[in-house]
Design a protein around this ligand. Structure first.
Ligand SMILES: Cc1cc2nc3c(=O)[nH]c(=O)nc-3n(C[C@H](O)[C@H](O)[C@H](O)COP(=O)(O)OP(=O)(O)OC[C@H]3O[C@@H](n4cnc5c(N)ncnc54)[C@H](O)[C@@H]3O)c2cc1C
Length: 432
């Protein structure tokens, strides 16, 4: 990485998925003193869905969606771009909790699919399925446990051996994988931007408008950098940044995840790679070959309570991604990553989310522990319905997987997380 490249967790800069899109229209900033019925803070997938549903349910209301950067700069556009409609990474949960997750992610996926189709959002949407894979034969048991979870929730899957994976991807690097056939791959920044551009008429989107303070009450008062809003209610969909606004301290913590994207491969490089022209693998290292013939690598998870990578982490990330690429595809050793970025996972104590009212006039939906595109979407929609007094089966599902335990205080929290990450890294050292 050169010195003037955007810093990895610096949200002022576009993530890789965003920087390959066309130039956006100029941002509209929130200015002066305003009055609204509903304010949504945070325009990731959760806030986009919340604002849309409020706009639909209350077409005469004034709804404001406010973000401190551009729509498509948050974690919702800094991820690996998998919309996975099966329970994922939730082996710690009970079968009944996984069934709730399943219903929620299916509903979120359907919502996203119908919006992308309805508005013709060009975001590389493709329902190709995805492989969950292990490199090290000793880790096959991890895959078997994924299979047990899929069977417990009646999900379709297919077991892939080394040859089958090589036919799909062109690399012999993997020992085994499980295909879940309905997963979708997207350019997440293009999807977020498209969703932001197609809001109901009564929803106004304000970007580059950081919210500095939220004063609960009736009405709620929201202080932004260049203006204020007085509103009946505010819905905070701000990922782990919510603690900076003074809410849920001791309820969430950030982990930093990193991704890199190459330039489009040349015809010669594609031929040398072999395999199919689009695929995705999740695992300790996530890899995708995208519709625009780029390779994405996501690897590395770090803890920092100031939302930034340590210097050491920052130096390591790009080198790790390069090594992951070369191990799988030695013929691509000279293909450097154009863009490397990081985003924030909103983590909780026991994989449960936060959902509902936290103070008079203040509602929240966040904390998807790393898998949030469909979960965030459905949670945002349900938060709007809940805040308007709605009750339904999906709201009961989201409540059943919410209300996480309180986190231990610092310094025990930081020590515990660092120890757990170090243990995870050691256990999965063969998966690079
Ligand atoms: C590297 C990485 C890979 C991932 N891969 C996947 C994947 O493949 N599939 C998947 O489903 N999930 C994945 N995730 C997780 C997923 O991206 C998140 O769970 C999801 O995007 C969370 O959405 P959100 O709306 O809660 O938060 P965000 O998208 O982070 O949105 C929150 C928004 O709030 C804004 N905000 C915060 N504070 C303020 C403030 N004070 N004022 C104004 N605005 C504010 C931020 O700018 C941001 O835009 C990944 C995450 C990372 C980091």
């Amino acid at each position: 990485m050169s010195n003037d490249e955007p810093l990895l967790t610096d949200m002022r800069h576009a993530p890789g998925w965003y920087s390959i899109l066309s130039e956006p229209a100029p941002a509209k900033r929130l200015k002066d003193d305003q009055v609204a019925d509903w304010v949504v803070v945070g325009a990731g997938v959760t806030g986009l869905a919340t604002a849309r549903r409020l706009g639909e349910l209350a077409p005469d209301a004034r709804v404001m969606l406010i973000d401190d950067y551009r729509v498509g700069y948050g974690a919702s556009a800094r991820n690996a771009g998998f919309i996975i409609d099966t329970p994922h990474l939730t082996e710690e949960l009970t079968d009944e909790e996984n069934r709730c997750h399943s219903r929620l992610v299916l509903a979120g996926t359907e919502q996203l699919e119908s919006l992308v189709q309805k508005h013709g959002i060009d975001c590389e949407w493709s329902r190709k399925g995805h492989l969950t894979a292990v490199v090290d034969p000793k880790r096959e048991e991890n895959l078997r446990s994924t299979v047990r979870m899929l069977e417990a929730t009646n999900e379709d899957y297919e077991w892939y051996n080394r040859d089958a994976i090589a036919r799909t991807t062109g690399t012999n690097h993997y020992h085994a994988a499980v295909l879940t056939p309905r997963s979708i791959m997207i350019n997440p920044a293009a999807m977020c931007r498209g969703l932001g551009e197609t809001m109901p008429e009564n929803v106004e989107v304000f970007e580059e408008s950081p919210v500095h303070r939220v004063e609960p009450g009736s009405p709620v008062r929201i202080e932004c950098a260049e203006g204020t809003v007085t509103a009946k209610n505010v819905l905070l969909t701000t990922n782990a940044f919510i603690t900076k606004l003074g809410f849920l301290k001791g309820g969430v913590f950030p982990l930093i995840g990193c991704g890199s994207l190459t330039r489009p491969l040349t015809d010669g490089e594609q031929a040398a790679m072999g395999g199919e022209d689009e695929w995705g693998i999740t695992g300790v290292t996530t890899v995708r070959r995208t519709q625009t013939n780029r390779i994405l690598i996501r690897h590395g998870t770090y803890y920092t309570d100031d939302f930034r990578l340590t210097d050491n982490g920052r130096r390591n990330v790009a080198a790790l991604h390069q090594e992951s690429l070369t191990r799988r595809f030695p013929m691509l050793r000279n293909v450097e990553f154009d863009r490397t970025w990081a985003g924030v996972f909103c983590m909780t104590m026991n994989w449960a989310s936060h959902f509902g009212r936290v103070e008079p006039g203040v509602f929240v939906a966040l904390g998807y522990c790393g898998v949030g595109l469909p979960r965030g979407t459905v949670s945002g929609t349900l938060l709007a319905e809940y805040a308007m007094g709605g009750e339904n089966d999906l709201i009961r599902d989201v409540q059943a997987v919410s209300n996480p335990k309180r986190l231990p205080p610092q310094p025990f929290l930081g020590l515990g997380i660092r120890a757990r990450l170090a243990w995870y890294r050691w256990k999965s050292r063969t998966e690079l």
